[in-house]
Design a protein around this ligand. Sequence first.
Ligand code: PXG
Length: 288
Amino acid sequence: MGLKIWFNTGLVDEADAKISVFDHGLLYGDGVFEGIRVYSGRVFELDAHIKRLYESALAIRLSMPMTKEELVGAIETTVKANGIVDGYIRLVVTRGVGCLGLNPFTCKPSALFIIASSIQLYPEELYEKGMRVISATTVRNHPLAIPPQVKSLNYLNNILAKIEALDSSVPEAIMYNHEGYVAEATGDNIFIVRNGVVCSPPVEAGSLEGITRDVVMRLARREGLEVVEKNLTRYDLYVCDEFFLTGTAAEVIGVVEIDGRTIGDGKPGPITRRLREKFFAYAHGKGQ
Ligand code: PXG
């Protein structure tokens, strides 16, 4: 038996959840999405994900086919129908079926589907040992071309960087912006720790306003750590004491090597490990 998928107006069997070849989400990558976790039966940071989704849609003039309240109901219905307690939700809104040609206003209505399933991005071992990354040569999209805050269906920029990583036999690549400052990884935000201070590049450097990033910053401050947002260079990554990535899929994961250079003592650092623990306690409702 397959999954139950929310498909526009209600649940259908996985086999019946089919998108037209004339959908502009497919033809042009014209649409937006969210990846959301479910922890201990609760949808994690749902309000923040809903807010980001509606803002992404607004930014690209995509009309949402339902109200926020209706969408929350659809998400909860889909999670329940698939018996998800700890899992992952992929929520996609596309421009919908239209004519051939870019004009988005020929597409009516927008298409919306919700998949509630499970995800494991990296093997458990990688979280214990930490991951190796490289600096991508693919430059992050210019923030004035495609606003990085929009979680759009256009991921080619990130995919090209991901290919560089995989070609180098590492799981992730660090992307720099057009000015050479650190932006983000291909599907994660970046943090470093230096002299006990937790630093992350500002979103203006060209990253998504990560919801995991936000939670981790709050938890770090609650732990009494100093947290600063500032532009980082490749040098800052090379000389930092600790390095970690955050994202819905990856959660909090230590980086122990970049471009063949070892970070710290080559293991995920103490602040990284502490924030990862605090993150899970919070996610499972034990650290409010
Ligand atoms: N930057 C980019 C480019 C992302 O795509 C993040 C940062 C982290 O944001 P959140 O809000 O998730 O903390 C993302 C999110 C996947 C997958 O399948 C990727 C993301 C989310 C869910 C699944 O690789 N990226």
